[in-house]
Design a protein around this ligand. Structure first.
Ligand SMILES: C[S@@+](CC[C@H](N)C(=O)[O-])C[C@H]1O[C@@H](n2cnc3c(N)ncnc32)[C@H](O)[C@@H]1O
Length: 278
């Protein structure tokens, strides 16, 4: 394993800033709530080390941590990272933001697949680890987290590690119930909690600006490898309140209408009042 390199913070923040410029605007109705930039820097470095030399699947990734991890490695700002990264997301804008950035920067080990996690997992199922920052399940006791986690576990054939990023707030009751349910779900699938890193990340969330999330890192028990038939999610218990109270899924894919240059102002955001011509 290469010795861990001291990170050049300025170079890292500037690299994350390139990724943010390329990111589509978030759609709140699907729980796209982006992580703040400083936390993205630290999270990307952590994920790169955790998944060093491994094949990593992202189940949803509006935050673009996948892109940050691959880009920091490509720019040699960090000297360790995954051997391959694939993002599975139902938003075509996010998938094309990933592929557009990978093409532009010549990042060969980063790709994206348009996929709704309510549908059977398309494979492959030979990843070593998965990462997900899912809808946090505030109104369904964590059922939506379990769906994203299940697809992650399928991606590694129930044999590997997973990093799950979910709410963690000492003042609120629902995150504690979700944390307990999610850990019980992991154990029922032969995964155990290897590490919990509490209250690490903040978000651009106007109605709860202080709500933090943690990293819950799971690892499978030895000898757990198996492939189950991947089934669609149809149980109303899992679907009700999926994206928040009374907000159950009704969309298979978010389609990109036109390719936008995301870092620039859109033409429909402003009009020009011209100088008087003499
Ligand atoms: C739900 S958001 C959670 C908040 C997180 N901080 C973010 O914005 O990325 C995570 C990602 O899941 C994706 N997503 C939401 N519903 C999905 C679904 N049914 N299938 C696959 N991806 C989905 C969103 O497009 C987003 O990129």
């Amino acid at each position: 394993m290469p010795e861990q390199k001291e990170i050049d913070l300025r170079a890292a923040i500037n690299a994350i800033s390139d990724v943010i410029e390329n990111r589509p605007r978030s759609l709140r109705e699907f729980d796209q709530i982006y992580m703040k930039a400083g936390d993205m820097v630290l999270q990307s470095e952590l994920v790169a080390r955790w998944a060093g030399g491994k094949r990593l699947a992202f189940i949803g990734d509006g935050d673009a941590i996948s892109v940050c991890v691959a880009y920091l490695q490509k720019r040699e700002i960090i000297n360790r990272g995954p051997s391959e990264i694939v993002v599975f997301d139902f938003d075509e804008r996010i998938c094309s933001a990933v592929t557009r950035f990978a093409d532009k920067e010549g990042i060969e080990n980063l790709s994206a697949v348009l996929y709704n996690c309510l549908d059977p997992f398309p494979g492959p199922t030979d990843f070593d680890c998965f990462y997900t920052n899912p809808p946090w399940g505030a109104s369904n006791e964590g059922e939506s987290v379990k769906v994203f986690m299940q697809r992650g576990m399928e991606a590694v054939a129930y044999d590997g590690e997973g990093m799950v990023v979910i709410a963690d707030d000492p003042e609120l009751e629902w995150p504690k119930r979700v944390l307990a349910n999610v850990q019980a779900f992991a154990i029922s699938n032969n995964f155990f909690v290897q590490k919990m890193m509490s209250q690490l990340h903040s978000y651009h969330l106007d109605d709860a600006p202080n709500l933090r999330s943690c990293n819950l890192i799971f690892k499978s028990l030895p000898g757990s490898k198996h492939i189950l038939e991947s089934l669609p999610i149809t149980d109303p218990e899992q679907l009700n309140h999926f994206y928040g109270r009374d907000n159950s899924p009704r969309v298979r894919y978010v389609r990109e209408k036109k390719r936008l240059d995301y870092g620039k102002a859109h033409e429909d955001e402003y009009s020009l009042e011209l100088l008087e011509s003499e």
